[in-house]
Write a protein that binds this ligand. Structure first.
Ligand code: C2O
Ligand code: CU
Ligand code: CU
Length: 515
């Protein structure tokens, strides 16, 4: 696609007038490349500490940690851990968690994907000041799965997650255990996040107008807080619990040799059956539960996991820079030729990667022969979705672009106590998200207090992981995505929002009240 065509296409998008094309063209996220450090794949992957208790404290503090190079960055730790500890609980347990806020701004923790009472959900109105503690008491009564937790204060969620607060919240139950999925050393929770690392190796976060509009994009991919580590594995099945914990970046995950793997779970637990796939796209806050079979590799072989940036504007700019043969520069200042000619459709969807290791963030080294007793099950769980025909109503939610102010919900920005949607407790509803913002801007939409079934997306078919229980769904530019959900949580005030954290902080969030 030629540059002129891009500008013409862009101007069709609603609200594009709020952005000048010149500003877009020179924005940092236009340089869509991820930089690998020179000493890539020389440090072993670390995992945050795991908490297996029902009564514990989480203490958020400011700290300085070295993430890249040898310069320290300002971060937030939780119980001294970066990223935050992995919490592992069993269905049926009752939790008592005290969140001590010892950072320099107000904060509150939200349990993403968990269905808990309104005052336990981390609504921004419940944020506590520095030095204060919030006491959580709630029961775990939902499907086993890969959930997570992170701060949720109004206008400050982006910086707090970016600086390190947020971790896995894993629920186990007997049904899932009956599958004997790889566990212990064979189960790897991986939180992948893009960060902006400057020349001195320091992590930076400061928003210009463009970042506030598009989201904050990094130039480096960290996994479990580390840049390009390696991990030694045996030639057997592993379970990868993958979380895109980025502020705004959508990522396409695959392997450097294009080998396939199995997706067995989504945001809200196991799927009905394993699906063999070559890649999985996760928007911020989405999870995928994967099984990877390393048995076809020999000891001594290496395979890298890659995450290709696939964001509306970022991906589009990338396509424009690399794909038109027009001799524009890519992020590293190298000229790229017409060997990468890509069509509009491809740019909006999956891009072919230029060199397989560009976006590698983790290297698996096969170092051990091992007998594997695990057999891939044919079937997993009964999803037991409700029936669309039984829905009480359809609620239409428009994602809109407000002149000079950015994306909003139904033309409005978040207000702490304004009730935007009133929902009958127990109602079964279709929520229809219409993305009416400018053309290349996707929004991962997230509802608190529920798990839903994605019914359809107007722009294409659902990916295998989108056919399980979900709490966050990507709504691409121009798309309408419909979800079906039953509101069984306790009565009270909850939020729904875009999980691009800069969008959320900028007010792309609304309240719904269960009455
Ligand atoms: Cu993961 Cu309201 O958020
Ligand atoms: Cu949530
Ligand atoms: Cu958004």
């Amino acid at each position: 696609m030629k540059r002129k065509e891009f500008l013409r296409l862009a101007s069709i998008g609603t609200g594009i007038a709020t952005l000048s094309p010149a500003l877009l063209a020179c924005s940092p996220e236009g340089k869509n490349s991820i930089i690998l450090p020179e000493d890539a794949f020389s440090r072993p992957l670390a995992f945050p500490e795991e908490i297996r208790a029902t009564d514990f404290e989480l203490v958020a503090e400011t700290a300085r940690r070295t993430l890249a190079g040898d310069t320290a960055s300002d971060v937030y730790t939780l119980n001294g851990s970066l990223p935050s500890p992995t919490i592992r609980v069993k269905r049926g347990e009752t939790l008592a968690i005290d969140y001590q806020n010892r950072i320099n701004q107000e904060s509150i923790i939200h349990w993403h994907g968990l269905i808990v009472p309104p005052d336990m959900d981390g609504h921004p109105k419940d944020a506590v000041q520095p030095g204060q503690t919030y006491n959580y008491r709630f029961d775990i009564n939902q499907r086993a799965g890969t959930y997570w937790y992170h701060p949720h204060p109004d206008k400050l969620t982006g910086p707090q997650v970016y600086h390190g607060l947020g971790g896995f919240f894993i629920i186990e139950d007997e049904q899932e255990q009956s599958f004997n999925l790889p566990s212990g050393d064979y189960e790897l929770p991986l939180i992948v996040q893009d960060k902006r690392i400057n020349d001195r190796g320091q992590m930076t976060y400061s928003l210009n107008r463009m970042d506030r509009m598009m989201g904050f994009f990094g130039n480096s991919l960290l996994v479990n807080g580390m840049q390009a580590p390696y991990h030694e594995v045996s030639n057997r099945f592993y379970r990868l619990r993958l979380l895109n914990g980025s502020n705004a970046r959508i990522l396409d995950f695959s392997f450097s040799d294009n080998s396939s793997f199995y997706v067995i779970g989504s945001d809200g637990g196991l799927l009905d059956q394993p699906h063999e796939i070559p890649s999985v796209t996760l928007a911020p806050a989405e999870r995928a539960d994967l099984l990877v079979d390393f048995s076809s590799y020999n000891v001594g072989e290496k395979i890298r996991m890659t995450a290709e940036p696939r964001n509306g504007m970022g991906g589009m700019m990338d396509g424009m820079m690399n794909g038109d043969g027009g001799g524009m520069m890519d992020g590293r200042g190298m000229m790229r030729g017409s060997e990468n000619r890509r069509g509009m459709r491809e740019m909006m969807g999956r891009n072919r990667r230029n060199s397989p290791n560009d976006e590698a963030f983790l290297e698996f080294r096969i170092t051990k022969e091992e007998e594997d007793s695990f057999r891939l099950p044919q079937a997993l769980t009964e999803l037991s979705f409700p029936n669309e025909a039984d829905a009480d109503r359809t609620r239409r939610i428009d994602l809109t672009m407000e002149m000079m102010q950015g994306p909003a919900i139904d033309g409005k920005f978040f207000e702490m106590l304004r009730v935007d949607q009133k929902v009958q407790q127990g109602a079964l509803e279709v929520w229809e998200f219409n993305n009416r913002t400018m053309m290349p801007m996707p929004h991962p939409m997230h509802l608190h207090a529920t798990q839903f079934k994605v019914l359809d997306r107007s722009g294409g078919s659902l990916a295998p992981h989108e056919r399980g229980w979900k709490d966050t769904v990507r709504v691409d530019a121009g798309e309408t995505v419909r979800v079906l959900t039953k509101f069984d949580a306790e009565k009270g005030l909850y939020v729904f929002h875009c999980h691009n954290l800069e969008h959320e902080d900028n007010g792309m969030m609304a309240n719904f009240e269960l009455v």
